[in-house]
Design a binder for this molecule. Sequence first.
Ligand code: NDP
Length: 273
Amino acid sequence: FMTDRYAVVGNPIAHSKSPLIHAEFARQTNQDMAYAAMLAPLEDFAGTVKKFQAEGGKGLNVTVPFKQEAWKLATLLTDRARLAEAVNTLKFEPDGTILGDNTDGAGLTRDIRENLAISLAGKRVLLMGAGGAARGVLLPLLLQKPERLIIANRTPKKAIELERHFAAYGRVEGGDYARLAGSLFDIVINATSSSLSNALPPLPQGVFAPGALAYDMMYGKGLTPFLQFARDNGAAQMADGLGMLVEQAAESFFLWRGVRPQTLSVMSLLKSC
Ligand code: NDP
């Protein structure tokens, strides 16, 4: 019997933390598996995936910029991946089926609920951004039954499109940042890429309700401009996206191996390196 092979595929991929996370999960749960980082050429994602599958690979994580291509490549989709139109996890079944899932939203909601011990039910939630990361988390967020979920985006049209796309699954509204003035939110999530360029989304002051959580999906940058703004404007708790990263990995691991690994020790490990 051969060791089961997995990988994370992206471009670039050298700095991915996924190999470390999955090696730790495998060690913890005694799984005979290997997990590598794999660079795919920008013009040949499908070829790279098919080759890995033909060689007996069991599954892939997919990252920037291939999540939409992975969605197209999958022959069977989970509901959350179908709606997100983005896939971050592929599972190659023995009968040739390519199952596509998106575990980003489960990772985010699990991090908020389990690790931060904050319920989303009945809360006023603001999601900033309408790109791939926002799409990926919308269904799992709505399934937590927030009182209201507002999507704000610099290009409002994209937020309004998401409102239409997800309207059947809960109370969701999309628009620009200006309309947020005067509203209060219990949970504010930054799903924009603004922190990458050290920028801040144009969030009005005074949107943080007493006790509010500010969550930045970005990780490894310390206190981002958004988290600083949140701290200065009355947010009670600040979190970066490291927990989401580890939890989405755990969800993928569970899909592949049927075992749920422990995440807190892996989060501590990543914080220390
Ligand atoms: P996309 O490129 O698909 O979308 C970017 C979004 O950010 C758009 O909505 C864009 O608005 C908005 N944006 C960019 N710059 C600014 C700015 N200066 N002010 C306001 N809005 C801005 O990126 P993704 O959705 O794929 O990724 C977003 C972030 O999420 C990344 O930083 C990534 O690191 C993080 N992420 C973290 C994960 C985790 O596990 N922790 C998982 C997945 C993503 P517009 O539409 O107007 O251009």
